[in-house]
Write a protein that binds this ligand. Structure first.
Ligand SMILES: Cc1cc2nc3c(=O)[nH]c(=O)nc-3n(C[C@H](O)[C@H](O)[C@H](O)COP(=O)(O)OP(=O)(O)OC[C@H]3O[C@@H](n4cnc5c(N)ncnc54)[C@H](O)[C@@H]3O)c2cc1C
Ligand code: FES
Length: 418
């Protein structure tokens, strides 16, 4: 141990695919040839980024376990098929093996399909299969309906290829070189921002940093192997300190502890960064940032980063909450708007309390956006919060306000089944 938190060595390896048995004939392996992926340490299954693996291996995440097994895949399991996937528009191609999801395959080869939960729950990775067949895997019914399946839609975080494929993805980008790490951290601060919201500061070991894109999230690794996702609320500048906004879910496995027994100096392990929710800097379109409750956390990170970089892009922040007390950092976006002409802030309460004496906007937050921007055809929207809010915002913005669907980026706070 080199410090009081404990040090983890990070190995960073370039993902590689090896063939076992016979060489591929061109980009696609003919039926019957067995393929295996080995030496997967360093490749995060969720992001495909080069990842640092916990060298001590004492707290492997479930995903890590999967990859520990990947090294013996060629010997242990039956025939694996390799399929060519062509992405439209644009015609970019990657290879997907029959035992990996299309999202994992794309990420492994440096291509980012937008995604959120990686669990078949949020719908962020939904796309259309234009040709070929897939197994929809563990897609959850509320995220992918039977009708959508019949129309050719699938969730790329769950779907595996059963043939060569042509798929649609309008937001595909190339992966950056940010490593995914598994690290210990020490709780430095626990501050109640509202009766049911705590701001948690996590301090990394002195020699460690976590690079991330503003808007991404980490997975807290629980002792029993489960994990819980939380968006990073600070901008990447101080990458030795991470801020989280944690809402209390009564009886919740993790948040119940945060609000009762957890204390400063406790150690938490996490894995990250994850997710495709970050500002697309190649665009100069004006931006609507839509937050519900603690969905303000990644929005705060994005705005702080944009302001630190002197980004002149117009940003309209809409923050929806029940009552005034739930706008737990109301003064912050107010100050941004007062100090930066390109930033605008509209708080919206759905159920203001009588003693709030609220003079501001009321109702559903996405409807406030629609009232102010009946034509969103020239905008980008970044939305974060409950799955219900995100679903209705996506649907209404696209169908009523002419927002191009590929300009809607979202992180839904889905909750785990375990
Ligand atoms: C990408 C991503 C980012 C996230 N970022 C944040 C964040 O920044 N801040 C934050 O507070 N949360 C965030 N979440 C949600 C968080 O990961 C947990 O799901 C949440 O904190 C509950 O965890 P828990 O272990 O306390 O409850 P669990 O033990 O998972 O749940 C207990 C019970 O409550 C139900 N439940 C859980 N959450 C909800 C809910 N929201 N509404 C209704 N019922 C629920 C469960 O179904 C279960 O029955 C995020 C989720 C995702 C997928
Ligand atoms: S449903 Fe695929 S990332 Fe959430």
């Amino acid at each position: 141990m080199q410090n009081d938190i404990g040090q983890t060595a990070q190995t960073i390896q370039t993902p590689r695919i090896v063939e076992v048995g016979q060489h591929r004939d061109g980009p696609r392996c003919p039926p019957g040839i067995r393929l295996g992926r080995i030496a997967q340490q360093g490749v995060d299954p969720g992001t495909g980024n080069k990842s640092g693996k916990d060298a001590a291996g004492d707290v492997p995440a479930a995903d890590d376990q999967d990859f520990l097994h990947a090294g013996i895949v060629a010997d242990d399991i039956g025939e694996l098929m390799s399929y060519q996937v062509t992405v439209q528009p644009g015609g970019r191609q990657f290879v997907a093996e029959s035992d990996e999801t299309l999202l994992d395959a794309a990420l492994r080869q440096g291509l980012i399909i937008p995604y959120g939960c990686k669990d078949g729950a949020c719908g962020a990775c939904k796309g259309k299969v234009l040709a070929g067949s897939v197994d929809h895997g563990r897609a959850q019914a509320h995220a992918l309906s039977d009708r959508e399946k019949a129309e050719g839609m699938t969730l790329y975080c769950c779907a595996t290829a059963q043939s060569d494929l042509s798929i649609e993805c309008r937001q595909m980008t190339s992966a950056t070189d940010i490593p995914v790490k598994t690290l210990p951290s020490r709780i430095e601060k626990l501050e109640k921002l509202a009766p049911d919201v705590i701001e948690m500061h996590l301090r990394l070991p002195a020699s460690e940093k976590l690079q991330f894109h503003a808007g991404q999230y980490i997975d807290i690794l629980l002792k029993d192997g489960r994990k819980r996702s939380f968006s990073l609320a600070n901008a990447p500048g101080d990458d030795n300190l991470l801020q989280l906004h944690i809402r209390h879910v009564p009886g919740g496995v993790f948040t119940e502890q945060v609000f009762s027994t957890m204390k400063v100096r406790d150690i938490l392990r996490f894995n990250g960064p994850h997710g495709g929710f970050f500002l697309r800097e190649e665009s100069s379109k004006p931006v609507i940032l839509l937050a519900g409750g603690t969905g303000f956390a990644p929005i705060k990170s994005i705005v702080e980063q944009a302001l630190a970089q002197g980004n002149p892009r117009s940003m309209h922040i809409y923050w929806g909450a029940k009552a005034r007390v739930d706008l737990y950092q109301h003064a912050l976006p107010e100050a941004w708007a007062a100090q930066h002409p390109q930033v605008h802030y509209v708080p919206v309460l759905s159920e203001p309390a009588a003693d709030d004496h609220w003079q501001g906007r009321t109702g559903f937050v996405h409807q406030a956006v629609m009232a102010d921007f009946p034509d969103l055809s020239g905008h980008q929207v970044y939305a974060c919060g409950s799955p219900a809010m995100i679903d209705v915002a996506r649907k209404d913005f696209v169908s009523v306000c002419q927002l191009p669907e590929e300009e809607f980026f979202a992180d839904a706070f889905t909750f785990s089944a375990t």
